[in-house]
Design a protein around this ligand. Structure first.
Ligand SMILES: O=C(O)C1=C[C@@H](OP(=O)(O)O)[C@@H](O)[C@H](O)C1
Ligand SMILES: C=C(OP(=O)(O)O)C(=O)O
Length: 450
């Protein structure tokens, strides 16, 4: 099966991926979780009342979410914190909800730039529906290709007016009336777990709460839905998720909070992968004891390649094997890890199979097509299946690897480059979507300084 790739037409700078001259040996910390930061920003916008995010992620996706909740009327100030990667955020006012629609015809629409952030384009429209007046959403060119239908149809089923010229995609305008009645909604969330999270996060403020049902093929990335349920419960919201594919959220207040954001375990992936491909050792600090982050799956994925994973208090250490083994993995629960897993499979001699990830075609780019193209270009012949990739690894060579404006395609290239002379990665700065510090941290890891 083949797809089309959308390698950029513009000429972007090339980054010479550093080659590891010896096994890496580093202890490092990574910035905060995108998924948690952007959920807390949404919940802070509903709670207000001095809610504080400690050590939040400072990246393009997080700053777009911050700008979005501010555009909807929340007030957030930056205050010094203890995090290594930037200041804390404190809400001084929630978004105004339950305000009657002023009649609004002449009101200029507020606008939300979604960039390429799935969390912004999916989580913010239901918030916009709770405020009064039109809100126009748009984003990067690539964002207009990402699936949105289930959120927009879900909102329409709840009585919210959404104007999208029949595209079911960005750009669109949500016409908020200051309140959403709520009730029962059925959606197909097989293209993204974010459709479920989006409606659940705003649901405590729907007048009669929400009963959300999924009907369709299985939902991918289920730990992200569990994360949504957990953060809602932490803020005092009553959620029932006892029946598979059905969630009920009781109407009620979102309690103001003070939380420390966990490190981003998905973004820890390329650094852990460095230990595997170089036969070295990498320790991540701040690894949570319990977490809903999909990135916690590294503890199970990396041993399949032959790595040893050990836990210490607040630490995870990964030691690479002498030779990587090929793998056969279902990544449906943690699809965002697939580009890094694919890089490891390309280094491992033999045939690896990744499945359960058809929905990656709707991520930042069509990741199955992009990975097929770039892996094959680098000497690991790859084919697409209906729901994954078959990768023949072990014989990589120099290549110029495209990043498709996708942070995880860029870090994928960096992993290949560690053990393959002559790899260049296009536009490493695209990692700013979730980790602006990537190239710097990568260099520090290689220097043993991190
Ligand atoms: O809710 C979230 O924070 C996310 C959910 C997942 O989306 P999909 O279900 O679309 O894979 C994940 O891949 C994405 O990086 C972040
Ligand atoms: C799929 C991803 O992002 P988004 O939140 O934009 O969906 C990702 O980070 O891998």
């Amino acid at each position: 099966m083949t797809g089309t790739t959308d390698a950029p037409q513009r000429s972007l700078p090339w980054w010479e991926a550093p080659l590891a001259t010896q096994p890496v040996d580093a202890v490092l910390s990574v910035p905060g979780s995108k998924s948690l930061t952007n959920r807390y920003l949404v919940l802070g916008a509903l709670a207000g009342g001095g809610s504080r995010l400690r050590a939040p992620l400072h990246s393009r996706d997080a700053h777009l979410m911050l700008a979005a909740v501010r555009a909807l009327g929340a007030s957030v100030e930056e205050i010094p914190g203890d995090g290594d990667f930037g200041p804390d955020w404190r809400f001084t006012a929630a978004i105004p909800t339950d305000t009657p629609d002023a009649g609004g015809a002449a009101e200029a629409p507020r606008s939300v730039d979604c960039g390429l952030a799935g969390t912004v384009m999916r989580f913010v429209p239901p918030l916009a529906a709770l405020t009064s007046g039109p809100v126009r959403f748009d984003g990067d060119e690539g964002a207009r290709r990402r699936p949105m239908g289930a959120v927009l149809d879900g909102l329409r089923a709840l009585g919210v007016e959404v104007e999208d010229n029949g595209r079911n995609a960005l750009p669109f305008t949500v016409h908020g009336t200051g309140s959403v009645t709520g009730g029962r909604v059925v959606i197909d969330a097989s293209a993204s777990s974010q459709f479920v999270s989006a409606l659940l996060l705003a649901a405590p403020r729907f007048a009669s709460g929400l009963r959300l049902e999924h009907a369709g093929p299985p939902i991918p990335s289920l730990p992200h839905v569990e994360m949504t349920v957990q953060v809602l419960r932490e803020m005092g919201v009553v959620v029932d998720d006892g029946t598979p594919d059905v969630w009920t959220v009781e109407p009620g207040a979102v309690r103001p909070f003070d939380v420390a954001v966990e490190p981003d375990l998905s973004n820890a992936g390329p650094f852990l992968a460095a230990a595997l491909v170089t036969g070295g050792r990498v320790t991540l600090t701040g690894w949570p004891e319990h977490t809903t982050q999909g990135g916690d799956h590294w503890r199970h994925i990396l041993p399949a390649f032959g790595a040893t994973v050990t836990r210490g208090p607040d630490l995870l250490t990964v030691t690479g094997p002498t030779h990587l083994r090929p793998v056969d993995l279902d990544l449906s629960a943690a699809g965002e890890l697939a580009p890094t897993v694919a890089a490891l499979a390309a280094v491992a001699p033999g045939r690896s199979r990744l499945h359960g990830i058809a929905h990656l075609r709707g991520h930042e780019t069509d990741r199955l097509a992009a990975l097929r193209e770039e892996l094959t270009r680098a000497g690991a012949p790859t084919t697409e299946t209906e729901d994954g990739l078959v990768i023949d690894g072990g014989d990589l060579h120099a290549a110029d690897l495209h990043s498709y404006a996708d942070h995880r395609m860029a870090t994928f290239g960096a992993v290949l480059g560690l053990v393959t002379p002559g790899v260049r990665v296009e536009d490493i700065a695209t990692t700013a979507k979730t980790m602006p510090e990537f190239a710097d941290l990568w260099a520090r890891m290689l220097a043993g300084l991190a």
